[in-house]
Ligand binder design. Structure first.
Ligand code: AVJ
Length: 323
C-alpha cells in the first residue's frame, strides 16, 4: 500500500558534489590528513559493512542485537512511543526488534527513518510497510549532522541512534549533536542510543583489522569512491589499512598508510597530493565509551539517562535518555 509510504528528499540537489568536494579538499590538505567516514558507504561500501557485521571479530552488531532482543519490551513500556524515528537507518534487523515490541505494546503508529541514501530508505521502507500493516512509514532523505528535520510526527517519539555510530564523532561533535537533538525533542520524547564500550585494546584492534581483510577492503573503498567521483588516481593497494587504539582518547582510529612516496592527482579538485612513505590518511574515528563519562556528556548536552543496559559480556551499552 503505497499511501502508507512517503519519501521526502530534504537534501539540496548538489548536496553530494558540494559536500564531497569540500570534505575531500579540506580533509586531504589538513594536517594530519583525514577523510570523513560517510564516504565509505556507496553500494560496495555498504555491502562490505554488512559483511563486517558478520565477522567473528566484529562483535558490536551482535552485542547490540542481544540487548535489543532482551530489552525491546522494556523499551516499548518505558517510551510508549507513537513514532519511532531512526537516524542512519542501516540494517532493518534491529529496527524490526523495536517495531515488533512497540507494535505489541499497541502505541506505535509511525516509523520515520532518516538517512542520506534515498535508495536505502526506499528499499527498507517499502519492506517494512509490507510487513507492518498498521504502520505509516515517513522516510526522509537528510544529513542529520546539519539538524534533524522533525515535523508533525505523533508523540511520544522515540529517536533511535544505534550501532555506536555516535562513536564516529569526536567530543566537540558529540556535544553539538546532543544539543541539536535535545533542541528537536519534546519532554515526553526519548533517545535510544547504542554505544560501544572501552575494553581490551587487542579485542578492539581485531574488530577493526580482521583476519579475512574485509575491514581493510572497506577502508580502501573510500579511495575507489574518490577515483570514481572525482577522477582521482589512487591505487588502493598502494595503501595499508591500519587500526590503532588511541589510549589517551579511548578510540580506534583507522588509517590508510601510504606504502611508498607517491603523488596522487585529483583532477576534479585541481589537487595534487604528495604523500611520503608511511604517511597516514585518517579515515575513521570509532570512540569507545564508559558509563560515567557518557552519562556525564549526555547530561551536559541536555539529556538524563534513565536506563542503561549492556549485553551479558559487557561489551556494548544501550541507553534510554530523556531531554
Ligand atoms: C558504523 C560507525 C558504528 O565504528 O564500528 C566498522 C563502522 N568501521 N568497521 C564502527 C566500522 C570499521 C562502525 N560504525
Amino acid at each position: 500500500n503505497p499511501s502508507r509510504f512517503t519519501l521526502d528528499d530534504r537534501l539540496p540537489a548538489d548536496y553530494f558534489t558540494t559536500t564531497l568536494h569540500a570534505d575531500v579538499t579540506g580533509g586531504l590538505t589538513a594536517v594530519p590528513r583525514t577523510l570523513p567516514p560517510k564516504w565509505f558507504y556507496d553500494k560496495r561500501g555498504s555491502d562490505l559493512f554488512e559483511q563486517i557485521t558478520k565477522l567473528p571479530e566484529y562483535y558490536p552488531t551482535r552485542a547490540e542485537q542481544e540487548i535489543l532482543v532482551r530489552r525491546a519490551p522494556e523499551i516499548a513500556e518505558a517510551t510508549g512511543a507513537a513514532t519511532l524515528i531512526e537516524l542512519g537507518s542501516g540494517s532493518s534487523r534491529k529496527t524490526r526488534l523495536l517495531l515488533d515490541a512497540l507494535t505489541a505494546g499497541g502505541t506505535l503508529r509511525r516509523y520515520a527513518p532518516l538517512d542520506v541514501s534515498a535508495s536505502a530508505l526506499e528499499e527498507a521502507g517499502r519492506a517494512i510497510c509490507a510487513d507492518y500493516p498498521g504502520l505509516t512509514v515517513s522516510a526522509t532523505v537528510a544529513d542529520f549532522e546539519s539538524g534533524i528535520p522533525l515535523s508533525d510526527e505523533p508523540g511520544p517519539r522515540l529517536l533511535a541512534f544505534l550501532g555506536s555510530t555516535i562513536g564516529n564523532f569526536d567530543r566537540p561533535q558529540r556535544a553539538a549533536f546532543y544539543r541539536t537533538l535535545a533542541h528537536s525533542l519534546s519532554s515526553d520524547d526519548m533517545l535510544l542510543l547504542g554505544a560501544d564500550l572501552v575494553k581490551d585494546p587487542a579485542v578492539l584492534v581485531r574488530a577493526y583489522d580482521d583476519a579475512a581483510g574485509v575491514t581493510a577492503e572497506f577502508d580502501k573503498n573510500v579511495l575507489h569512491v574518490l577515483n570514481r567521483e572525482l577522477g582521482a588516481n589512487f591505487v588502493p593497494d598502494a595503501f595499508e589499512h591500519v587500526a590503532v587504539w588511541n589510549t589517551e582518547q579511548e578510540r580506534i582510529e583507522m588509517h590508510l598508510r601510504s606504502r611508498t612516496a607517491q603523488t596522487v592527482k585529483i583532477p576534479d579538485l585541481d589537487l595534487s597530493l604528495d604523500l611520503a612513505a608511511g604517511e597516514d590518511i585518517r579515515t575513521e574515528l570509532s570512540c569507545k565509551f564508559r558509563r560515567d563519562s557518557l552519562t556525564a556528556e549526555l547530561h551536559d548536552g541536555g539529556f538524563t539517562v534513565r536506563h542503561w543496559w549492556t549485553d551479558p559480556a559487557d561489551r556494548f551499552a544501550l541507553l534510554l535518555a530523556v531531554p
